[in-house]
Design a protein around this ligand. Structure first.
Ligand code: ASP
Length: 310
């Protein structure tokens, strides 16, 4: 098992199973007041892009395991990046101050560059429009917890599938499970990338591209809605073509199976109406909570402490 987490393709089925089972144990640890498993260890969080859930849940996870956190939430402005320091130099230095680095950057491949020079594990908390592997792991954890199984599910990934990194990573991890069907429902100018489709072809995963969300909603077990990534479009005009195209509202939820769930990596920006929140199938806030348990498991693994001992 690689000590860095750079992309979701690095996981195989047994690695995923052991993360999910460690996360279940960590959920119990968190519910019973935390532990001192990572006492004396330091996690650096280095975020060059905005974050609420990812940074706070990693920091909460580290703290619940008795570890310490050093952090900059706006590394583009408040780290020496603004003075022209290269990412490599920043990482070389921080890896002598911390035992693990959680990093988010606006460039695809930045985490891999960091891993190249780091002496401590790098956990990719999002690299531009590339990947968000730890989100995919908490998404799997959520699906298993909500539906009882990941094998056999049918899932719709909806919205901006070009710039939305979470769906890339989620598609990659789902390729390890049996009999999964993926429906990609995206505006014309933000389709699922060819590279993701090629990977799914290689792995023999069944997928369809279907623009009619109403039809898709009736069939799936998971409707995974995403935000149109305004900050990544080449122009306002292109953004406007995609924005508001797919909305999950009460009427759409009425078409879904009673046993299905709605997920979203959050933040939402209008693509799920607040009236949906009261529906028990709205799983997105439970999904965000699961991030803490999964990240507790990932930190313990990265730091060589696999036991969820008290
Ligand atoms: N929070 C997720 C991410 O960082 C999703 C989003 O921003 O839309 O990729």
């Amino acid at each position: 098992m690689d000590r860095h987490i750079l992309g979701a393709k690095q996981f195989d089925r047994s690695g995923l199973e052991s993360i999910l089972s460690a996360a279940r144990a960590m959920e119990q640890v968190a519910r019973s007041g935390g532990s001192q498993l990572l006492a004396g260890k330091i996690m650096a969080s280095l975020f060059f892009e905005p974050s609420t859930r990812t940074r706070f849940s990693f920091e909460s996870a580290m703290t619940r395991l008795g570890g310490q956190v050093i952090s900059t939430e706006n590394a583009s402005q408040f780290s020496s990046a603004i003075k022209g320091e290269t990412l490599e130099d920043t990482i070389r230095v921080i890896s002598s101050y911390a035992d693990v680095i959680v990093m988010r950057h606006y460039e695809i491949g930045a985490a891999a560059r960091a891993a190249h020079v780091s002496t401590v594990p790098i956990l990719n908390a999002g690299d531009g429009a590339g990947e968000h592997p730890t989100q995919a792991l908490l998404d799997l954890y959520t699906i298993e917890k909500e539906l009882g199984s990941i094998d056999g599910i049918s899932i719709a990934m909806v919205g901006d599938l070009t710039y939305g990194r979470t769906v890339h990573s989620l598609a990659y991890v789902l390729a390890n499970f049996r009999d999964v069907t993926i429906w990609f429902t995206a505006p014309e100018n933000t389709p699922i990338p060819q590279t993701v489709k090629e990977y799914l072809d290689e792995k023999g995963v069944r997928y369809y591209e279907e623009s009619d969300l109403r039809q898709v909603a009736e069939r799936v077990d998971v409707l995974y809605q995403t935000r149109v990534q305004k900050e990544r479009f080449p122009s306002q005009e292109e953004y406007e073509k995609a924005a508001g195209r797919y909305i999950v509202d009460k009427e759409l939820m009425d078409r879904m199976k009673r046993t299905s769930i709605v997920m979203h990596p959050l933040p939402r920006a209008g693509e799920i109406t607040p009236e949906c929140d009261a529906d028990p199938r709205a799983a997105y806030f439970r999904q965000a909570e699961n991030g803490v348990y999964v990240r507790m498991a990932l930190l313990a693994q990265a730091l060589g402490e696999n036991q969820a001992k008290e």
